[in-house]
Design a protein around this ligand. Structure first.
Ligand code: C5P
Length: 224
């Protein structure tokens, strides 16, 4: 059977990652969380106090950044590793969420991570989610999805996810973070968040999770 690339882009907190993960499982594809890569780079810059205004410093540190994904054998969930350390929990904290869009604006960072993402998807059979997957990383992707959802609904979902991990964050703080990231991601010069012309838009505000997964699986099966 022919394997394809599925690109899922959209605003922060639309459920792209959980949807992409579930679609990948249904199709027997590999799921790649490109946002986790920007988050891991951000964590590294924060921990190593890299001044992101100094291009030479950013480039020097990018050279030693090793971001990989490994399956946790107990949970069967993919986890993010930075230079050999499991950073899956740390990259989801508000400390990283509040800075990640600033780091993601940098051309040097994007060039490096986009090239790694293209290598990861070169044999197809991948579902990758992010902001520029259908426009920049895989402009030839066979299936492109653009996910949207009402901001209040996205924030409430994100709050439940954090609560499930034992993290309490006020809804106002989540709303502020999601809308700030959307604004920076959509207005930046380098690869802004855009709906590709050939992307199928799915508004998940009032969709059940399984319905949004089914819609994408059906669209994928038409291409395979
Ligand atoms: O997907 P997630 O919300 O974890 O992504 C975190 C941040 O990483 C986004 O707000 C955006 O700034 C950046 N990002 C990006 N391009 C991608 C994926 C994520 O700029 N392909």
């Amino acid at each position: 059977m022919q394997k394809i690339v599925i690109a899922i882009d959209g605003y922060s907190g639309c459920g792209k990652s959980s949807t992409a993960k579930s679609v990948a499982k249904r199709l027997g594809y590999t799921y790649i969380d490109s946002g986790a890569m920007y988050r891991a780079a951000t964590l590294y810059f924060l921990d190593n106090k890299v001044d992101i205004e100094v291009k030479a410093d950013v480039l020097k540190h990018l050279d030693v950044l090793d971001i990989t994904f490994k399956l946790n054998p107990h949970t069967q969930e993919q986890e993010t590793y930075l230079n050999g350390n499991n950073v899956e929990q740390e990259i989801r904290t508000m400390r990283v969420s509040e800075y990640v869009s600033e780091v993601s604006k940098l051309k040097e960072v994007r060039q490096e991570l986009v090239s790694q993402q293209q290598k990861m998807g070169k044999d197809k059979g991948v579902v990758m989610d992010g902001r520029d997957i259908g426009t920049v990383v895989f402009p030839q992707a066979e299936l492109k999805i653009f996910m949207t959802a009402d901001l209040q609904i996205r924030a409430a979902r994100r709050q439940r996810e954090l609560e499930a991990k034992g993290v309490e964050v006020a809804i106002e703080k989540i709303i502020q973070n999601l809308s700030e990231r959307d604004e920076i991601d959509s207005s930046r010069k380098e690869s802004p968040l855009l709906k590709a012309n050939d992307a199928v838009e799915i508004d998940t505000s009032h969709l059940e999770f399984e319905d949004q997964v089914n819609r994408i699986v059906v669209l994928a099966q038409e291409k395979i």
